[in-house]
Design a protein around this ligand. Structure first.
Ligand code: BGC
Length: 930
């Protein structure tokens, strides 16, 4: 048997057996570096949240340490009702004492019941192996919202105005005045609405969120925002106002032109709770004292269609005390209830960045066109002076046509047009309110004088998720692809994961979200974002267990329709599982588990006794490569094949979820079911020689990724896939096959082909759009055809993230950064870069709940160097490709005995190293790729 020798100073040269034999190396002591500290305190994924409604909020923190190999051995949490008490360690509401545990993520609060509106201060200290605790963390807090329906004294109000709700109606404005007497120590505004709202207090906008209260399955849950308005109040008279927009509630929604989906009246519910220094509390709520008008400047504002704003109709000072509202109408009290109100689980939408346009063009048709240089989502902020009554029209589009004119056909019925009419009193700055546009180009009409670029600023909006991932390589085209993936996510993570941000759709398509979820979770913190959306998924799931195509479900009105598509509805299983892997969120898995089993139950009934789910309508491998070429006539994978494959896979994942949740009987049941489905699948779709389904790339990708084939046939099947890739030279997968294609190639020894697909620049490929100047991911492989013409305008978005799902392979395989399903949430990090494709550098970083992890490699002059970062309180397994253990150096010194290195050994042609936290630079000779 062949053996390796590991150079090991101080030890005899040890023979190493090939394969998985690892040798234990004495663990270097953590050294004398500075002790660990505690930072980044989070409560339910948020920093110092206001308005929480979790009764047992989960607390997380991070350790900071300069030493290597730092593990938490114990923690202590203290909670108090005030910062002073906490700092003095007195009047504690909860003190865990020293708890022996390495848990630093999702520790549930277990003190006395939490009270509405109360703020709780907390701090943590940790032990890392010896008797001496760290210093206490800086205090952090969370503050509860209004927990009980009865906490609401405010009443729902609706503007008592005449409206034509068959079309976009003017945005109503509401206001009232109230009195503040005494020193205010604290004031909160709890606000929600039917439709969208903007809140104003004493002439100032409250908060920086837009599109509040967000989009949920409104009848089941409606989010309430909590604002700290202490500094906006003034002694004496005060005024509060709100503007309401149609939004998702009653604006145009879906591609059938429907309106008033959730109701046809806008309404506001707001409660201001003022606490005075003398202990008094006062509540100012929405009630009959409010006044309303719909004569204001926003003549219409609609998500798809844009806004019409007449600045001459503004009411200066409308949310200040001096304003005379005697001409305004009153309000009606409405009974919309408060028992479905919830705290937002995810981040609000905000203005996240600004873009300066790069060019001002005149099109052949004579239009003046602004080029933002980036396909973006949000709107244009206008800066203009001119005569009163001048109307400027902005029409937004993603692309220019072959002649260079604005191309709006692919927007379908969405008008994406903003009209602003000037007041005429000097410089005017305007941004639209309850609408967003997906665009790179803006045609400007009616601009007074000659427009210049500085009159236009692109305001980029999206759910304000923290950027957690960073990915960069030595290949500029792949970097642009990563840029496009990121921008696809920005543009489509707008309170719900949408398919596209420009045409009359912008819906929470489950399939799209499912294929992109893992990639999304690399680029941004999507824990809260998906937690919120999955709650809607659970609410909108039908009693039959079927899951709608879009969440919130606005496509079906009949109580059963537009649901149950393979690969789409499976989002109800796959996304909670993904989030469990990435964030270790067991509670979320537990919450979604009933829905997971219900969906599998639905499939079971549809498939029947033969376990082949056939005959039902599905989307299939949506938008797979399609052609009339005779030598390679497209790649259609049958829907029955796909449905049965997902059926088996969802059943298998449900079994794994049951394992995690401690439900062994369920686990056994779903495992058995999935095995039986796999057997039926093989009989129906697999030949004894490993030919799978229609022999398409997607057929192989799904069958292999979902482990549907017997061991003995897997490599054979993978070889056939490889053969197809080699023969055609391109990918041919649609939405469902794409996330798995490169992973499967890598798993079965064809990483070289995966790289070849990644780097292919001609259609169909990931880089073809990049070579065409794309700045986002396209819906179709050939949105813009090689001959310069556009694909079918009926479905041709240039900002659709689904094909960006290759990002997951880029992080997990190229950089090799992954989590261990057995110790999820990156408690144990798996680092296994697979160099190739002529890349000389690949670098990935990820902010995990434990801190930053990273994998960055360079491959120059026949030397491979890998720098890995492992956060404190985690460990990692590092696989060094093509490395003999005795040739590996860490930080310029031999591997064995290095600080933080626990084990090292050969596994096949690689070296596998077990390490504790810290940063390490491994290097060894490796003959260059070229
Ligand atoms: C959407 C998709 C969606 C699909 C379902 C399209 O209109 O844009 O991305 O998944 O319909 O087939």
């Amino acid at each position: 048997m062949p053996s390796f020798t590991l150079a090991c100073p101080g030890l005899a040269r040890l023979p190493l057996l090939l394969a998985s034999l690892l040798i234990a190396i004495p663990v270097a002591a953590s050294g004398t570096a500075a002790p660990a500290t505690v930072a980044a305190l989070r409560c339910e994924y948020q920093t110092n949240p206001l308005g929480l409604d979790a009764r047992r909020p989960r607390l997380s923190w991070q350790l900071r340490a300069t030493a290597r190999d730092v593990m938490q051995t114990a923690y202590q949490i203290q909670v108090a009702g005030s910062k002073a008490d906490l700092e003095q360690g007195r009047n504690l509401l909860w003190d865990t004492g020293e708890v022996t545990s390495d848990q630093s993520v999702h520790v549930p609060y277990a003190g006395p019941p939490l009270q509405s509106g109360q703020r709780y201060w907390w701090r943590v200290r940790v032990w890392t192996g010896d008797d001496i605790p760290s210093t206490w963390s800086e205090p952090a807090f969370w503050e509860m919202g209004l927990l009980e329906p009865s906490d609401w004294q405010a009443q729902w109000i609706e503007p008592d105005v005449e409206e034509d709700v068959s079309t976009s109606a003017p945005a109503p404005m509401l206001r009232r005045t109230f009195w503040v007497e005494g020193e205010v120590v604290r004031a909160r505004a709890y606000v929600t609405s039917h439709g969208l709202y903007e809140l104003h207090l004493n002439g100032r906008r409250v908060g920086d969120q837009v599109f509040t209260p967000g989009w949920t399955s409104y009848h089941h849950q409606l989010q309430v925002q909590t604002y700290d308005v202490t500094d906006l109040l003034q002694d004496g008279p005060n005024a509060v106002g709100a503007i309401l927009g149609d939004g998702w509630y009653r604006g145009q929604i879906g591609f059938r032109g429907q309106r008033n989906f959730y109701g046809n009246r806008l309404a506001l519910l707001a409660q201001l709770v003022i606490t005075y220094a003398d202990g008094r509390t006062e509540v100012i709520g929405t009630d009959s004292h409010w006044r309303a008008t719909n004569d204001g400047p926003i003549r219409m504002s609609d998500i798809y269609n844009g806004e019409v704003y007449d600045a001459r109709r503004e009411f200066p000072g409308w949310s200040t005390t001096g304003f005379d509202d005697s001409g305004w109408a009153g309000v009606r009290i409405a009974d919309h209830g408060t028992d479905h109100l919830v705290a937002p689980a995810g981040p609000s939408v905000r203005r996240v960045e600004e873009i300066r346009p790069i060019a001002l063009l005149t099109s052949p048709a004579g239009e003046t066109i602004i080029d933002m240089g980036q396909n973006m989502v949000g709107w244009v902020r206008l800066r203009v002076s001119g005569p009163a009554g001048t109307t400027i029209t902005l029409r937004h589009a993603e692309v220019l046509d072959q002649e260079g004119n604005l191309y709006t056909e692919n927007l379908r019925a969405a008008r994406q047009t903003v009209q602003y009419t000037l007041r005429g009193d000097g410089e005017e700055i305007y941004e639209p309110h309850f609408t967003f546009q997906g665009f790179r180009y803006v045609a400007v009409e009616g601009f007074p004088g000659t427009p210049t670029l500085d009159a236009f600023t692109g305001i980029v909006i999206h759910s304000d998720m923290a950027q957690t991932g960073h990915f960069r390589t030595s290949n500029p085209l792949v970097n642009q692809l990563q840029h496009n993936i990121r921008w696809g996510q920005k543009g489509n993570f707008l309170d719900v994961p949408t398919d596209c941000p420009q045409r009359d759709e912008r819906l929470g398509w489950t399939g799209d979200a499912q294929v992109f979820c893992r990639t999304a979770a690399f680029n941004y913190d999507v824990a809260g974002f998906f937690t919120k959306w999955l709650a809607d998924l659970a609410f909108d799931q039908y009693d039959s267990g079927s899951i709608p195509h879009v969440i919130p479900n606005v496509l079906a009105t009949d109580g059963q329709g537009a649901a149950g598509a393979a690969g789409w509805a499976d989002a109800g299983v796959l996304i909670p599982w993904d989030l469990y892997l990435v964030y270790g969120d067991r509670l979320l898995l537990e919450r979604q588990y009933p829905g997971m089993t219900a969906w599998v139950g639905y499939m079971q009934r549809r498939a029947g006794d033969d376990l082949i789910w056939d005959g039902d309508p599905h989307f299939g491998d949506w938008l797979a490569f399609n052609t009339t070429r005779s030598d390679y006539p497209g790649a259609t994978t049958s829907k029955d094949f796909i449905a049965t494959a997902f059926y088996a896979y969802s059943a298998a994942l449900t079994a794994r979820a049951a394992d995690v949740l401690g439900k062994p009987e369920d686990a056994a049941h779903y495992r058995r079911l999935s095995e039986r489905i796999k057997q039926a699948f093989r009989q129906e779709f697999v030949t004894p020689n490993g030919r799978v389904g229609e022999n398409t790339q997607t057929a192989y990708a799904l069958a292999l990724a979902f482990d549907l084939l017997p061991e003995a046939l897997r490599q054979q099947a993978a070889d056939r896939l490889a053969e197809d890739v080699r023969r055609f030279g391109h990918l041919t997968t649609g939405f469902l096959g794409t996330p798995h294609l490169n992973h499967v190639l890598t798993r079965f020894g064809y990483t070289d082909l995966a790289y070849a697909l990644l780097l292919r620049e001609t259609y169909p490929s990931w880089l073809y759009p990049v070579t065409q100047g794309a700045t986002t991911i396209w819906e179709r492989w050939d949105g813009l055809r090689p001959d310069g013409s556009f694909q079918d305008p009926g479905m041709n978005s240039f900002n659709h993230y689904a094909y960006g799902a290759v990002g997951d392979w880029m992080y997990r395989v190229m950089a090799g950064l992954d989590t261990d399903p057995e110790r999820p949430g990156y408690k144990h990090v798996l680092i296994a870069p697979r160099p190739g494709g002529g890349f000389t550098e690949v670098e990935a970083r990820l902010e995990t709940l434990y801190g930053t992890t990273g994998s960055a490699w360079t491959w120059h002059d026949d030397t491979f160097s890998l720098t890995v970062t492992v956060p404190p309180n985690t460990t990692a397994t590092v696989r060094l490709p093509g490395a003999a253990p005795d040739q590996v150096q860490v930080d310029g010194r031999p591997l064995v005995g290095a600080d933080g290195v626990h084990d090292a050994g050969a596994d096949g042609t690689d070296t596998v190293v077990q390490i504790g936290s810290g940063m390490y630079r491994f290097s060894y000779p490796m003959v260059s790729d070229e």
